[in-house]
Design a protein around this ligand. Structure first.
Ligand code: ZN
Length: 485
């Protein structure tokens, strides 16, 4: 089993300075490579008449390998290839010349490579000529280019936009086999990072379990440093229990007022970690502090560091709290039922409203922005991920159900109406069924899983007996039997 383990690095002052220098050089390196590829991207596709110089990559049909100088990269299946620059001495520079002495005909052989392949070869030259490049481990430089190439291939697969120039790089990666673990003590261990040396890190996990150490990523978060190791460990995951053997289900409804409402009637509070009044004020102060400092001054750098540290602390606080919440949810029942939410669409900004006279009507954009901030602060997606992982570790299935009308549908009679909901209260306009709105939504979600538990069976539910009270269970049986038959 392959998992990612994160540890807090404890570099000394010299090591930290080296790490920071590396990140600056690597950022420049990436931006330089991006500039090259952009030039290639633009020059090869604009002018079909002129001779095309495939220095940094062009486009070709994958099967026939025919180059298209003027094709539009967005309309045809293309991959980037180029001729290895001659000055690198890597391409065979044999030319079709009849040698007078030997009388041999030597033909030109042009060597092709992918754009990133060429750039990796150029990087080797950079290491020979520039001292800030020569101190960096060559594998790290290679992965730096490989990461950019991944960004490009994602762009061509239309997953993301065109790669951007970056103003701040926060991580770099070692290939497998480069980092070694040494001096494993009780509370700490050291990792040998080529080019930097032995760096201590907090030993927060049992390192003896590692069967194979793969890629290692060094990351700067705020003012702290972390090492993230991809490790192979013995497979400890149990088989996921089949749905028909499960004895209880918990539906969860995520929200703003209550972070999570569980179908057993309990709630998990929303701490509003970065949008509560106190923190929001402090963050605004930190931000204001930065904007008041002189550009390029040391005080500005200090102020930026303060803000980053604060943001990092909040992120860690949120991360820890989300683990707690996820644990509570997974421990409640055998099956977790959750909504299939499209959070990305939920946090889109308000659309402008035209008034028909060339102007705009009010569209409550500020209100929507505020709501978006709160939604992002609640980090539902992160909680769902954590629930999925903890459930996998416990061998419990997680079921996704449609999020349609979960808050408007009556649990008793199935009546769907917007007016059913009055703030935190749910009152059915058809049958006067009264419930807490969020709890009801979570029960609807639980019900949609389609599991029917027998009425009054003492042994059920297995874990706690907290799942939907018996009054609701009777309804379940009634409403679900026709659907199942
Ligand atoms: Zn009703």
């Amino acid at each position: 089993m392959q998992v990612r383990w994160n540890f807090k690095l404890l570099p000394n002052q010299t090591q930290e300075a080296t790490l920071e220098d590396w990140l600056v050089t690597l950022r420049k390196h990436r931006n330089y490579a991006l500039r090259e590829r952009t030039t290639g991207f633009e020059s090869n596709n604009k002018d079909s008449e002129s001779t095309i110089i495939y220095t940094y990559g062009s486009y070709c049909d994958l099967e026939s390998r025919i180059e298209f100088g003027s094709c539009c990269p967005l309309t045809c299946p293309v991959l980037k290839h180029g001729v290895i620059p001659q000055n690198l001495g890597l391409a065979t520079k044999e030319t079709k010349v009849k040698d007078k002495d030997t009388k041999k005909v030597v033909e030109t052989v042009v060597k092709w490579d992918s754009a990133s392949g060429i750039q990796m070869k150029t990087t080797t030259q950079l290491r020979n000529s520039l001292c800030n490049f020569s101190i960096i481990n060559s594998a790290v430089l290679q992965t730096n280019i490989a990461r950019l190439d991944t960004a490009f291939s994602n762009f061509y697969k239309r997953r993301i936009g065109y790669p951007n120039f970056i103003r701040r790089l926060d991580s770099f990666e070692y290939k497998p086999g480069h980092v070694l673990l040494r001096h494993i003590r009780k509370n700490y261990a050291t990792a040998y990072l080529p080019g930097i040396g032995d760096v201590k890190f907090h030993k927060s996990r049992d390192l003896t379990l590692i069967q194979d150490l793969r890629t290692c990523t060094i990351t700067r978060k705020g003012v702290r440093w972390y090492i993230s190791m991809l490790v192979a460990i013995a497979d400890v995951l149990p088989d996921v229990k089949p749905l028909d053997l499960c004895k209880s289900v918990v539906g969860i409804d995520v929200g703003i007022n209550k972070l999570i409402a569980l179908s057993d009637g309990s709630f998990q509070e929303n701490k509003r970690i970065s949008t509560n009044k106190r923190t929001a004020r402090r963050m605004a102060m930190r931000q204001r502090g930065i904007s008041r400092k002189q550009k390029g001054s040391k005080n500005k750098i200090k102020a930026i560091k303060k803000l980053r540290l604060q943001q990092h602390k909040l992120a860690q606080h949120r991360d820890g709290y989300n683990w707690q919440v996820a644990k509570v949810v997974v421990d409640t029942a055998d099956v977790v039922a959750k909504e299939d939410l499209n959070i990305k669409n939920m946090v889109k900004r308000a659309k402008p409203k035209h008034d028909g006279k060339g102007g705009y009507k009010r569209n409550n954009a500020a209100q929507k922005t505020g709501l978006n901030k709160v939604i992002l602060d609640a980090s539902w997606g992160d909680i769902f991920d954590k629930i999925a992982w903890l459930a996998l570790k416990a061998g419990k299935p997680v079921v996704e159900v449609s999020a349609r009308h979960t808050s408007q549908e009556c649990l008793k009679c199935g009546h769907v109406d917007k007016k059913n909901r009055l703030g935190e209260k749910f009152l059915c306009t058809a049958c006067n069924h009264l419930d807490h709105a969020d709890t009801k939504a979570s029960r609807t979600i639980g019900k949609r899983v389609g599991l029917v538990f027998l009425k009054n069976k003492k042994t059920l539910p297995a874990d706690c007996g907290k799942v939907t009270p018996s009054s609701h269970q009777s309804d379940w049986v009634e409403t679900l039997v026709p659907c199942l038959s």
